[in-house]
Write a protein that binds this ligand. Structure first.
Ligand code: GAL
Length: 353
């Protein structure tokens, strides 16, 4: 049974049962949450993740756990392997287990609205982590500024390639970030496009952020343009890896500038090796510490005020947007390595004193 049908089925069943069970019985089915005011009571945070497929999510998982526990709270972490139905049932289980607050990385920005509704019915607030939940009364959104990610990618590449044929390899459309990143890229590229200096000769999304799909798309981009490509912007390092494999197959790796995101180790190695031009580094340590502190405060009933808001199609969500960092071979040491995100030895492949 494919994923979509299973999700619809699970959603239908949970709504059916949700719909026919009178309000008060829902209260009973899911223990009414009273705000944890007694500071002796240990706060319990639920962290529902989309996937652990990309390298960064393993860091998010480990660093968020550490940050929450350092605040004297408990955390239960689950990952749904890109499966919407599983993310829904995992969230229901966390709610049943009596969490005080839910932090969520949605696989599907729209489908996750049902989870927010269920959590709120149980009196549990929800924080969207890194990726926004669309069309839901989300309580807080904590992420990096994804539009800035796209702007940084395009600025780096446009500096090197002011004229020529560009390829854009976007991410998974289920992820709201891909629209923000792409908006940032075209904020920077559009004037050059309007002047006729650059031409977007291929523009494709990548289902599930799959490197294999990015490889196939880039292979097609090269074929339909007779390899006449001057620059590539890929939405993250995993897809950039697929792009560079396709360039390698044509003997073009290292000759065509490629942008990525996430500062994955393989990307950092490609950058110092010359086959990738840049990546956008997002210090996960800062994101997890901020999200953990806000989650524990909100679970204890504190209000959190923000200066920024991001509209999710339903409300202006109070938001904390952190600043990402563009990384090239020039500042690799002062950023990714200085922060201990990767060691010099791992990046340069030689013992790095
Ligand atoms: C995005 C995230 C990126 C990237 C991608 C794939 O939402 O912001 O860092 O890794 O997901 O999981």
């Amino acid at each position: 049974m494919n994923k979509e049908i299973r999700l619809i089925l699970v959603l239908f069943i949970s709504l059916l049962f949700g719909a026919c069970a009178p309000e008060e019985s829902i209260g009973k089915a899911v223990p009414e949450k009273t705000r944890v005011t007694d500071s002796n009571e240990t706060v319990k945070i639920g962290f529902s993740m989309d996937t652990l497929k990309e390298e960064r999510w393993l860091k998010d998982q480990a660093l968020f756990k550490k940050a929450v526990e350092e605040l004297g709270a408990e955390v239960e972490i689950v990952a749904a392997n890109g499966d919407d139905a599983l993310q829904l049932t995992q969230a229901e289980t966390l709610i049943q287990q009596g969490i005080d607050l839910l932090v969520i990385v949605p696989h599907n920005a729209e489908a996750t609205a049902a989870i927010v509704q269920k959590a709120h019915r149980a009196g549990i607030k929800v924080i969207a982590y890194d990726r926004l939940v669309k069309n839901a009364d989300i309580d807080l959104y904590v992420s990096f500024d994804n539009e800035q990610v796209g702007e940084m990618q395009a600025e780096s590449i446009l500096e090197l390639v002011p004229t020529g044929n560009y390829v854009y390899i976007g991410g998974a459309t289920t992820d709201n970030n891909v629209h923000l990143i792409k908006k940032g890229v075209f904020n920077v590229l559009q004037p050059a496009i309007n002047r006729g200096d650059i031409k977007i000769v291929y523009d494709q999304w990548t289902e599930d952020w799959s490197p294999e799909k990015a490889f196939l798309n880039m292979t097609e981009a090269l074929a339909v343009n007779n390899n006449k490509i001057d620059a590539v912007i890929a939405a993250n390092d995993a897809t950039a890896g697929g792009v560079i494999q396709a360039l390698e197959a044509q003997g073009l790796a290292g000759q065509i500038p490629v942008a990525g995101q996430d500062a994955e180790l393989a990307a950092a190695q490609r950058i110092v090796g010359g086959t990738q031009t840049m990546t956008v580094y997002k210090p996960i340590q800062i994101l997890t510490e901020q999200a953990a502190a806000l989650a524990v405060r909100m679970a204890k009933g504190e209000d959190v005020n923000t200066v920024k808001y991001v509209n999710n199609g339903k409300i202006d969500v109070p938001s904390i947007l952190l600043t990402p960092i563009p990384v090239t071979v020039e500042n690799m040491r002062d950023t990714v390595i200085a922060d201990g995100f990767h060691t010099g030895t791992d990046v340069y492949g030689v013992v790095d004193e």
